[in-house]
Design a protein around this ligand. Sequence first.
Ligand code: ZN
Length: 277
Amino acid sequence: MGTTAAEVERDRARLREFVEAHPRLFVLTGAGCSTDSGIPDYRDTNGGWKRPQPVTYQAFMGEKVTRQRYWARSLVGWRRFGRAQPNATHRALARLEQQGRIATLLTQNVDGLHQAAGHRNVIDLHGRLDEVRCMGCDARLPRNAFQQALVERNPSWALLDAGDAPDGDADLEGRDFSRFDVPPCPACGGILKPDVVFFGENVPRHRVDAAVTSLNEADAMLVVGSSLMVFSGYRFAAAAAREGKPIAAVNLGKTRADPLLSLKIEQSCAEALSFVS
Ligand SMILES: [Zn+2]
């Protein structure tokens, strides 16, 4: 792109000014925050899919084989995903919150790494992957406990390794998933699902309402590491723009909200936030 060191410095200074000028920030984060923690991104810099589109809610609930394939991949992928640690971006945002500059952080990520970095006021828009929920009786169990049940029933799968994919699953294409044994809900025998919002599924209403209230009380919006291609995230940028609130975004590549931005920083999240001390 031919960006010079002086331009990088100038952009960083502009971001710092933006943060200092708006003490009640509403921050929205996406996959770009977590790539430095070893969790890959779904999208390329043009906002297109890097790999086959993830499983839909309808396929997961409707087809046994889809659940078998999902949990087989998840069994293998969880070993690394479950151990991922927060990185410099999570820590910089947590420090900004401690300094009183961030009112609310809304994340599209499901990895819990903002909280692991000490961030307190976080809304997990798409849920958390570290919990499993029964679609029959609403019982919940920790993903780590469910991992043990998966391994006990499928010991040969536990020996496999595969390329890591987003959201804690793994690439195991070409395998026969039909003998993978998925444990049912221990309480009612129902279908267990990770407590995250799948494609084709609605974000719970109370979560959206809480985020909208926070946005209304903020004086500006800062997007960190998201292309906003998914409507559930984009609509907050659209709402901020309607209310006349300035929006800054840090993202490598295009975002769906580019025409709405007052400031766009095309750097990695960690670089752009390196002014935070
Ligand atoms: Zn149940």
